[in-house]
Design a protein around this ligand. Structure first.
Ligand SMILES: [Ca+2]
Length: 504
């Protein structure tokens, strides 16, 4: 831009500079290119891909998630870990969770020495060095107690109530907080907790509207318990919805699961999804109202999937066989302890909503089928912000995908899930998966790498003909060569990604 020598015009230009938000005039960077945007990463808890209207669900009400798909790019093959803590580690570090010693979810109370190794670079610590204000609103779940406070990983602000209230190392529902002026000891059971969380996020955005900011908005919902305000339940009250066919799953007993109570549970899950969606709308509207939407990059990703009847299960990677007790409304009441755990790496546990809005760059309404993962978020952000670093991460920058460019992307995606908590039947399966466009290959092993039950639990699915993963081809002779190839690709990946079973 040429600055006019006309004194009046020069004065107007200076005046505009003073009025302009800081992101337009920049801070430490050169100003001859587009300034790095504000960045919001929304990580919803236990939200499977199939719970979003934009991904094809006709029963659920998710107008704001759908709006992100319309305005941004929707990834149909977005993967993460099948349980909470490792997926959070992957998102924030760009590393497979085994590289940071978090193979499974971190228990409250008895594991105050387990968490993300202090000093591990995160999106927050990297952006903080670049001059961003960094905030976490919501769930942490990467370690309990002071040793693992989010502030130690680059967050300027950590407004969290669950798993990491200051000084708190105990269970899920006894965290004391002062919320809206009153003492709340069971925040997890407060129907308004989702609303309160997002109000805090809106406050954070408002407060930092003149700063360049990063917000990690880590929701409580739609994780159990599905206690939400009546207005969210009422959306589904008289609605007819479709349900998974549970007739072929032997673990389910007819006494506990029938169409009526399966429908009730599904509607409660949907209500928790809609609660998250309704609150997401508040954030999107606030960005519009403040004039920030155009320069704000948004990721919307689930931290792991979930099943409500699919495969006869309720839950995620550590699901249980479907069981429903009449009148159950509290945490755990839906989970079929009577029938045991059903560990898995099925798509419904690892395939999540994965949407990115980047105004001015992404072609609105675009759909991308490449295999992406939460490990790609950190390198993508570094690329967008223009951070050059020798940081050795496992993920890849998605920027070429976001720009709609042809690029040499991964052809298969692998991961592991090592259960370190005992299942109901006293076993700890170690699962490995390979996913390509067409194939899904899963192995179940013991801690020594020996196949569980002589390999009879291993699975191979042809997703072209069987996208719901219902027909296991593992034992069919004609797939021996395919299995051999997938198996060697999987083991190569384990070697290259420095797989080891270690707890930090
Ligand atoms: Ca989760």
């Amino acid at each position: 831009m040429q600055i006019s020598t006309n004194p009046d015009k020069a004065l107007v230009f200076c005046f505009l500079l003073i009025l302009a938000p800081s992101y337009l005039v920049g801070n430490n960077d050169s100003t001859d290119k587009v300034e790095p945007p504000n960045i919001i990463v929304i990580f919803s808890d236990d939200q499977a891909q199939w719970t979003v209207g934009a991904y094809g669900n006709k029963d659920v009400s998710t107008p704001n998630m759908d709006r992100l798909a319309v305005e941004g790019m929707m990834f149909t093959n977005g993967f993460t870990k099948p349980v909470c803590s490792p997926s959070r580690a992957m998102l924030l570090t760009g590393l497979y969770s085994h590289r940071v010693g978090i193979p499974d979810y971190i228990l409250p109370a008895d594991q105050s020495t387990r968490g993300l190794p202090v000093g591990t670079p995160t999106i927050a610590s990297i952006l903080k060095k670049k001059g961003y204000v960094t905030g976490l609103i919501g769930k942490w779940h990467l370690g309990y107690g002071e040793r693992y406070y989010p502030e130690k990983y680059g967050f300027d602000v950590a407004d969290v109530y669950r798993y990491n209230a200051p000084g708190e190392t105990t269970g899920l529902d006894d965290i004391d907080n002062i919320i809206r002026g009153k003492r709340v000891s069971k925040f997890i059971e407060d129907p308004e907790n989702g609303d309160i969380l997002f109000e805090r996020a809106v406050e954070y955005i408002r407060k930092n509207q003149n700063n360049r900011f990063f917000l990690y908005l880590s929701t409580y919902k739609p994780h159990l318990p599905w206690i939400v305000p009546d207005r969210d339940h009422n959306v589904y009250k008289d609605k007819e919805i479709s349900l998974p066919d549970i007739s072929n799953f032997s673990g389910i007993t007819r006494e506990t699961v029938n169409k009526t109570n399966l429908e009730r549970v599904m509607k409660e899950y949907y209500a928790a999804v809609t609660n998250t969606d309704r609150n997401l709308g508040k954030v999107l509207d606030e960005l519009d109202a403040l004039g920030l939407a155009k320069n704000t990059l948004i990721f919307y990703i689930g931290d792991n999937g979930f099943m409500v009847g699919q495969h006869g299960m309720l839950g995620k990677g550590n699901a249980r066989v479907m069981y429903i007790r009449e009148g159950a409304h509290k945490y755990g009441d839906y989970l079929g302890r009577e029938y045991g755990t059903a560990p898995n790496m099925l798509d419904n546990s690892v395939l999540v909503p994965f949407m990115v809005k980047w105004p001015g760059v992404i072609e609105p309404g675009s759909v991308n089928k490449n295999l992406v993962s939460t490990i790609d978020v950190l390198p993508t952000i570094m690329d967008i912000v223009g951070i050059e670093s020798d940081l050795n991460v496992d993920g890849k920058s998605m920027v070429p995908l976001l720009k709609g460019e042809e690029t040499n992307w991964r052809k298969y995606y692998c991961d592991t899930y090592d259960m370190i908590h005992l299942g109901d039947n006293g076993e700890q399966p170690h699962m490995r998966m390979l996913r390509s466009d067409k194939w899904k290959y899963i192995t179940y092993e013991d801690e020594m790498g020996r196949p569980l039950d002589n390999g009879t639990r291993n699975q191979l699915f042809n997703l072209d003909t069987d996208p719901e993963e219902l027909v296991n081809l593992y034992d069919k002779e004609e797939y021996d060569e395919t299995i051999k190839f997938l198996e060697s690709s999987l083991r190569n990946w384990m070697f290259e990604s420095q797989y080891s079973l270690s707890y930090k």
